[in-house]
Write a protein that binds this ligand. Structure first.
Ligand code: SF4
Length: 294
């Protein structure tokens, strides 16, 4: 267990890259999402803030994004010894295989100080041929596939217009694991209809799967999203941290937490802004996971 009372992503990276401080650098590679472009659905997940979604939207080159991202991370952190390129926006496997092969082949060599690649996508967007490509990429550089599960209940996923099922997530995880692809799972705590025991159920499900790391997202509501229209209640800080601690308590000790509190700017946040005090929330979570003996 690391300093926070759980194995953090920083702990995981420290093992993979001894003596170096590594940061993730977000890149937008110009993909769309099958849940927005009509392949699976239109409108997207209920929480999705997709105002920036426009197929073919011009984005700065990856090189320009890399330079800007490196400078920003170096300004924010005292020490940075390398970067993991993170293809985060939308679904970064939602394209013809040849386009993906050309893109993934650029990592790490085309980007100075790049030490690996993280690919964020949906579980319904990773056919075998794409997993084979990711497995081949992982032979060349440290590679993680990040798959969104969000809820372990199909009824919740359906209500949130997620466009895939829990079974599809499990199938994608198993097909990736047979190819020895390192996996990160994304889940949300606080979704309507998830049930009081959602943290334990989610933790047990993930602990039973070949998932190396987990990102937990506190449910918050962005302005002008479907969730905002639903008038959805979100967990306050105490309720969320309690749920988060219960989920973490069910994970395997080797599973690292990449994120436990997600923030959003006030300008787009419709729900309570307790998440702005991320460090305070982390300290409180640490206290819950490491109670002082009486
Ligand atoms: S999968 Fe991601 S990008 Fe696609 S609709 Fe859902 S939240 Fe938005």
């Amino acid at each position: 267990m690391g300093a926070w009372g759980f194995r953090s992503y920083r702990d995981l990276l420290a093992e993979r890259f001894p003596g170096r401080r590594i940061r993730k650098l977000c890149l937008q590679a110009g993909f769309t999402c099958p849940n927005l472009d009509g392949t699976v659905a239109r409108g997207g997940c209920a929480w999705c803030d997709n105002r920036g979604f426009a197929p073919g939207l011009a984005t700065p080159t990856l090189e320009a994004q890399w330079e800007r991202g490196r400078d920003a991370l170096r300004r924010r952190h005292r020490r940075v010894d390398g970067f993991i390129a993170y293809l985060q926006s939308f679904s970064n496997t939602h394209a013809p295989l040849a386009r993906l092969a050309t893109l993934y082949a650029r990592f790490p060599h085309d980007f100075p100080e790049c030490l690996g690649l993280a690919i964020g996508t949906r579980p319904d967007c990773v056919p075998d041929a794409i997993l084979d490509l990711i497995a081949a990429t992982a032979q060349r550089t440290f590679t993680t596939l990040e798959l969104g599960l969000q809820s372990d209940r199909d009824t919740v996923l359906e209500r949130m217009n997620r466009g895939h099922t829990v079974a599809q997530f499990i199938d994608a995880v198993q097909r990736a694991a047979t190819r020895r692809i390192e996996l990160c799972a994304h889940v949300i705590l606080g979704l309507p209809g998830e049930g009081l025991d959602a943290p334990e159920r989610l933790g047990d499900l993930l602990a039973g799967l070949p998932v190396t790391s987990v990102k937990v997202h506190n449910l918050h509501v962005m302005r002008r999203t479907a969730l905002d229209d639903l008038g959805c209640a979100t967990p306050g800080r105490a309720a969320y941290l309690d749920a988060c601690a219960r989920l973490i308590g069910r994970l395997r000790p080797d599973q690292a937490l990449q994120r436990v509190v997600a923030d959003a700017p006030d300008a787009i946040l419709a729900s309570d802004g307790w998440c702005h005090d991320k460090q305070g929330a982390l300290r409180e979570l640490h206290g819950m996971l490491n109670p002082v003996p009486a």
